[in-house]
Design a protein around this ligand. Sequence first.
Ligand SMILES: Nc1ncnc2c1ncn2[C@@H]1O[C@H](COP(=O)(O)OP(=O)(O)OP(=O)(O)O)[C@@H](O)[C@H]1O
Length: 336
Amino acid sequence: MYSIEVKDLTKEFKSYRSREGLSGAIRDLFTREFNIVRAVDGISFNVKKGEMVGYIGENGAGKSTTIKMLTGILKPTSGSIQVNGRDPHKQREAFVRTIGVVFGQRSQLWWDIAVQESFRLLKKVYKVSDEQYQTHMHEVIEILEIEDLLNRPVRKLSLGQRMRCELAAALIHNPPLLFLDEPTIGLDVLVKLKIREFLKELNARYGTTVLLTTHDLTDIEALCQRVVMLDEGKIIYDGELQELRENWGGGKSAAIEFTHRIQLEQLTALTGHLPIRWEQENPLKFRAILESNEMTVSELLACVAPHIEVKDFRIEEVSTEEIVQKIYQKGFTTYA
Ligand SMILES: Nc1ncnc2c1ncn2[C@@H]1O[C@H](COP(=O)(O)OP(=O)(O)OP(=O)(O)O)[C@@H](O)[C@H]1O
C-alpha cells in the first residue's frame, strides 16, 4: 500500500521577461514575453506506507515544486498524484488532515502568541479531540523537550527551539505522512541529533511515512534507506542509499602507518591473494584500496599485522556528500 503515488508529473512555470526602455515597459503593459520553465519534468515514483525517503537535488532541481504539488499548494501542469489515497489539489480539506508539513524556512506558528496558543489553534483547525491531543502531544512535547517553551511567544525562541516547536505543531493531528523540507537548516549538531532521534521514534512507533528534502546528507544517512535524486526536474536515481554508496563510492580504503620502513613488495606479497591495491605515500605510510565490497578492513589487518608492526591505521570512506557531488558534476549515466 502506498502513501504517495506520482505518475508522469510535470510542472511548468511562466517566467516573464521585461523589455528594455520606456517603450518596452509600455509594450509590456499590453503583451508580456515569457519563457516556460519546466521545474518538474515527467517524474514518477511511489512511496510505501512507513517508508522514510530522502528527496535530494541541487538548488533549482525541482524539490520544493514537487513538495508543493504533493501538499496541494500547487496544481500540476500534467500527470497524476495520489497522496494518502487522495488528489491533494482537488480534495484539499480532507487531505490536509492526513499530512503534516514542516518547511524549515517558513513558520506555521503565529509569531506573537505563545507556542501553546498556536498549538490550540491548530488543534481546532485539525479537529483533534481533547483526548487525542492529551495522549499524543504529551509524548511529543516530552520527547522534543519543549515543555518550558510552551508559554513563550514564538518570536522569542532560538531557531533550534522554534524548529522543535514547528515539528510538534506539524504532528498535532498525528498524521500518517510527514513532509519535511529542510527541517534541520541552520541548526546546531545537538538539536539536529535530537530531531533525527525523534523522527526515528515517530516512524517506529506510528509507522509515519516521511518524505525528507534536505541539503544535509547526514540527515538522509541517519534516517533514510532510500533516496530519490532529482536533476533539472528529472529523477536521475531512485534506490537504496547503500547501493548508491557501494556502486558509486569507489570502495573503501585504509591508510596504514608502520613502525619501520618497509617495501611495497612486502605488502603485495602478504596480500597478493586479496582484492587489494597498494599505494605508497612514504616509506612508513601506505594506503590499501579495497577493490571489492565483500572485503573487510579486518581481513586486511589479519594478513598484515602479524608480520609487520602497525603504528596507526584509519579507514577512509568516501562520504555520501562527495558521491552526490560527483554525480552532479559528471552526470549520472557517464558516472555509472
Ligand atoms: N513560481 C515560480 N515561477 C517561476 N519559476 C519558478 C517558480 N518556482 C520555482 N521556479 C523555478 O523552478 C525551478 C525549480 O525550483 P524549486 O524551488 O522547485 O527547486 P529546489 O530544488 O527546491 O531548489 P532549492 O534547493 O534551491 O530550494 C527553478 O528553476 C526555479 O527558478
